[in-house]
Design a protein. Structure first.
Length: 190
């Protein structure tokens, strides 16, 4: 059907100039189709038929390949657009959440700093308490040592003084009695 329509349109297009030429020749009626024109039309139809026959498959392959290339390009463009839209949406979501993320990060850093400060203060307090306890212990030991040294010195002085007094004025019986009292006093001090 397409071939017949194409052939009819071709014949009309070829014969239209001949009709126009006949109309300009001053009223003479020229035949609608002359033999020269007919030969040209047949020659054109044969040439068109041969070209259509020979070029039909390559043209069809070319157009099919071109159509496939265009379809692939459109699909790739759509896929790229989809990826770009997804990336844009992801970046927009990140940008929308950036203030919240910064606030959260700031809060976490402040909380971590506060925890570390409290830990350092607790450690310092424990160390200070330990130093105070150690100082008290050392102080108590020094006081005890000083008392012992003082007692020993007092005992030595008392013994020396007693020995001097006893040697001069006491009898053996008195010396023995005082020595017993002195020992009992020492036992009570210890």
């Amino acid at each position: 059907m397409k071939r017949v329509l194409f052939s009819a349109l071709t014949a009309l297009a070829v014969s239209a100039p001949a009709a126009a030429l006949a109309a300009t020749q001053g009223g003479e009626h020229a035949p609608l189709f002359s033999t020269g024109l007919l030969y040209h039309a047949i020659n054109f139809a044969i040439l068109a038929g041969i070209l259509i026959f020979l070029l039909r498959k390559p043209v069809r392959d070319f157009t099919a390949g071109r159509r496939d290339d265009v379809r692939k390009a459109v699909e790739e463009a759509q896929a790229a657009r989809t990826r770009a839209e997804a990336a844009l949406a992801e970046y927009r979501a990140k940008m929308a959440n950036v203030d919240a993320e910064l606030a959260q990060l700031k809060a976490e850093i402040l909380a971590a700093g506060e925890r570390e400060k409290n830990q350092l203060l607790d450690a310092a307090k424990q160390q200070a308490d330990k130093l105070i306890a150690d100082a008290k212990l050392v102080g108590e030991q020094e006081v005890r040592r000083a008392r012992e040294t003082l007692r020993a010195d007092m005992v030595a002085m008392a013994a020396e003084l007693a020995a001097q007094q006893v040697a001069g004025a006491l009898s053996a019986e008195d010396k023995s009695k005082q020595f017993g009292e002195f020992v009992s006093k020492l036992e009570r001090l210890s």
